[in-house]
Design a protein around this ligand. Structure first.
Ligand SMILES: [Zn+2]
Ligand SMILES: [Zn+2]
Length: 335
């Protein structure tokens, strides 16, 4: 195992590791075999839907909104429940998921971003980065808050336990057909559904807010990801429990979180202020035009601040000048 491989300079660590990825491809093969081994029945379709959306909820509400962004509060036992069910998605451990995602927000579409479709193409952002060795380890420096909990560290290390429990439950309830439809097939669809947020939601959709990345809002992606498709909203202000900020922005995860709040499972859901939601109304004509241009497919914003190879220390006078001149409203990255 490569310790802290994400800091590795070995170029082979930054390419798909085909041997390590064999299980990933086997699961894809089993998902495809499902249609031949256990032909369609409505019962199987229902199992597929339930296992897909239930787990998608825990990915978005757990991995993403709680563990990555702390968008609401909950008890220690329920945080474990969130992590356990999120890990049933077979997307590695909770600390791994949240720590790499936090890093994505820090570096969005800049050279350090591990899955920018603008910089490294669709397939890299969809699956490539997951299948290489460089990002095997959690970024411990990004997740000091949750790595204080030994039960989460344990769950993160033994991330295959929840999926194993899931498969066993499916087998007990419905035998092999349920394992294939609700396990292998559902998991592959869930993988690619989740990964669209790293890839497609930085490529297809409308940009409402000026951010320093290529994030977009996309209704279809919001439907298949329980609300995560409002990705431009999310990059504009990342710590909100809802990502659909207007009534027509469907956000299934938020509706369930509201329900959880009503029964006391979660509390202190962070919501965007009106001045954040309506910030776009104050944009100048030039800013509006820029956003429209960026919303066209293939015209994603060119990353605004490529990081210099060597960190330059600005002259004191330049720093004072920058402090004196306020940044134009709406151009401030809100994260
Ligand atoms: Zn993003
Ligand atoms: Zn996020």
């Amino acid at each position: 195992m490569i310790e802290k491989a994400y800091n590795s300079n070995d170029p082979s660590h930054d390419r798909v590791n085909w041997v390590k990825s064999i299980p990933f491809f086997i699961v894809h093969g089993l998902a495809l075999a499902t249609f031949f081994l256990f032909p369609f029945q409505w019962q199987y379709a229902a199992v597929l839907l339930v296992t897909y959306y239930a787990r998608m909820f825990f990915i978005t509400a757990g991995y993403h909104r709680y563990f990555s962004h702390r968008a609401f509060q909950t008890s220690r036992w329920f945080q474990f429940v969130l992590a356990f069910f999120a890990e049933m998605s077979t997307q590695k451990g909770v600390l791994w998921w949240a720590s790499h995602h936090r890093h994505h927000h820090k570096e969005s579409d800049q050279p350090g971003d591990i899955h920018s479709p603008t910089l490294r193409g669709f397939w890299w952002s969809q699956v490539g980065w997951i299948l290489c060795s460089k990002y095997d380890e959690p970024r411990w420096d990004q997740i000091k808050d949750f790595s204080r909990f030994p039960e989460l560290v344990w769950l993160n290390k033994y991330y295959y336990v929840p999926p194993a429990v899931g498969v066993a439950t499916l087998y007990l309830l419905g035998g092999l057909p349920w394992v294939f439809w609700g396990g292998f097939l559902s998991t592959v669809v869930l993988w690619h559904g989740t990964f669209t947020i790293n890839s497609l939601s930085h490529v297809f959709g409308k940009r409402r807010y000026l951010t320093t990345d290529t994030s977009r809002n996309n209704f279809l992606l919001a439907l298949i990801t329980c609300g995560e498709g409002w990705h431009n909203n999310h990059h504009y202000h990342q710590n909100t429990a809802n990502q659909g900020w207007f009534w027509w922005e469907v956000d299934l995860s938020y509706y369930v979180l509201r329900l959880f709040k009503a029964v006391g499972l979660v509390w202190k859901l962070k919501l965007p202020e009106d001045q954040t939601r309506f910030a776009h109304l104050k944009y100048t004509d030039a800013q509006r035009q820029e956003l429209e241009l960026q919303s066209v497919f293939g015209k994603g914003r060119i990353p605004a601040k490529p990081k210099p190879a060597v960190e330059e220390t600005p002259e004191p006078a330049a720093v004072l000048g920058a402090l004196a001149a306020p940044a134009p409203a709406g151009l401030i990255k809100r994260n």
